[in-house]
Design a protein around this ligand. Structure first.
Ligand code: V0V
Ligand code: CO
Length: 158
């Protein structure tokens, strides 16, 4: 028996549902787009002056060596990110790139452990073997950019 994939607009009920990611979307919303910057204050000023965006939350995440400012856009965030120490992966990224830019995309998932297991089961490299604390009380796990179309992906459970 093959797997039945329901397409948008299909009226017929899915005859067979599998547990694969193909029939059960794991990503529910975009949680944040992270932009790495060398100067957090200047980046906040830019978003405020240009778009009227205001800071919703600020936090230092010591484990990642970053300080963030979250700007709310509808139900998602822009995460302005700056390194707090020279050995931070974000400091290395900024050095290599030579300036600010999109560092990663955070996708909301209902269950981070389940989503992470699904990614691992499919053989893709992950950077967190287990879900761990993110900012603002979230639970997160990162997927390696080399196994994710060149984009560092963060799975975020609120
Ligand atoms: C590195 N590469 C990237 C990348 N960083 N590609 C796309 N997006 C990125 N952000 C590429 C890089 O160009 C190399 O490709 C290759 O991956 C290996 O990179 P590397 O320079 O040797 O750097 P690594 O391996 O030391 O570190 C890269 C990884 C690291 C992705 C492994 O950044 C990591 O573990 N990230 C997860 C944690 C994190 O990003 N924390 C900060 C945000 P070529 O040149 O070899 O082709 S914390 C956060 O967002 C929180 C807490 C939150 O939202 O709640
Ligand atoms: Co993030």
């Amino acid at each position: 028996m093959g797997i039945t994939v329901r397409r948008p607009g299909d009226d017929e009920p899915g005859v067979e549902m599998s547990e694969s990611a193909a029939t059960k979307p794991l990503l529910t919303e975009i949680d944040h787009v992270a932009i790495a910057v060398p100067d957090l204050g200047a980046a906040i000023d830019y978003y405020r002056e240009t778009f009227g965006a205001v800071v919703d939350h600020r936090e230092v995440v010591e484990s990642d060596g970053v300080e963030e400012a979250l700007l709310k856009v509808a139900e998602s965030y822009v995460q302005l990110l700056t390194p707090t120490r020279p050995d931070s992966t974000v400091a290395k990224w900024l050095d290599k790139k030579g300036g600010p830019g999109i560092h990663h995309v955070g996708y909301r998932v209902a269950d981070c452990a389940e989503a992470l297991e699904s990614v691992k089961r499919q053989g893709f490299r992950v950077l967190d073997d287990q879900p761990r604390p993110g900012s603002r009380g979230t639970t997160v796990a990162f997927i390696h950019p080399k196994d994710a179309l060149g984009t560092l992906i963060e799975l975020v459970q609120e």
